[in-house]
Design a protein around this ligand. Structure first.
Ligand code: DX5
Ligand code: ZN
Length: 224
């Protein structure tokens, strides 16, 4: 099922619990949590204790996106904290196959992420090992950036490839998703659309999410 996945990166962290419940009440079933280490990306966010606190207040699927240099060390720690699924960057993993297997071995969904400059072709040998592929449609590190249109070609290529290989990984996109591009992204074959600033910086995040979900429903019904 196609989903809009709110990213808390653009929420008001002083009122994080409230902000999370607001999108949950508006129908979100997945929540995107960005973990940045100031090394792999030029920004810092939150650590395992925050994920553990979020886990206590919501039943939404916690989609943890690791933008860190040492995913092997931290993926198990975030799983312990309550992550339901963890994605790691292809660019950060020397032994990607082993990293993905280690996440799955803990009974959680494993995702692989590619930056805008990384081609889909580099994922060929791990497509059978992942539950989802996350296409970065901005350079990671900050919310509120502009969507890079070439990302849609990557979504189309991943959709084509999963059909050819008979696989069922989900395709996720992250960065610059807004009311104006949701329909096109869904039509390209994307399943999970992460959205931060467009939701949390809008006047009424619940209403914006509902609007996005309505667009998704219509675009999905037109999908082959
Ligand atoms: C960016 C993060 C995103 C971010 C997207 O590095 O990975 O999850 O929250 O935010 P928007 O939707 O504002 O581009
Ligand atoms: Zn993210």
């Amino acid at each position: 099922m196609v989903q809009i996945v709110p990213s808390i990166l653009s929420a008001d962290f002083a009122r994080l619990g409230e902000e999370i419940l607001r999108v949950e009440r508006a129908g979100a079933t997945m929540l995107h949590v960005d973990i940045m280490d100031g090394h792999f990306v030029p920004n810092l966010t939150v650590g395992p204790p925050v994920v553990a606190s979020i886990r206590k207040i919501t039943r939404m699927t916690l989609d943890v996106h690791l933008m860190i240099s040492d995913p092997d060390k931290y993926a198990p720690i975030f799983i312990e904290a309550g992550a339901d699924q963890v994605s790691v960057h292809q660019e950060a993993c020397l032994h990607l196959d082993a990293t993905l297997r280690a996440i799955r071995a803990r009974g959680k969904r494993a995702g692989v992420v590619i930056n805008p400059a990384t081609p889909v072709a580099l994922l060929e040998d791990v497509l059978g090992l992942v539950d989802y592929v996350l296409v970065m449609s901005v350079n990671p590190g900050f919310g509120g950036q502009q969507f890079i249109p070439q990302s849609l070609d990557k979504v189309r290529a991943l959709d084509r490839r999963r059909k050819e290989l008979g696989l069922n990984y989900a395709i996720e996109i992250d960065g610059g998703v807004n009311l104006d591009n949701v329909a096109e992204i869904v039509r390209a074959g994307c399943d999970w659309l992460v959205s931060g600033a467009s939701i949390f910086h809008s006047e009424d995040p619940g209403a914006t999410l509902a609007q996005m979900r309505a667009i998704v429903r219509e675009a999905t019904s037109m999908r082959a």
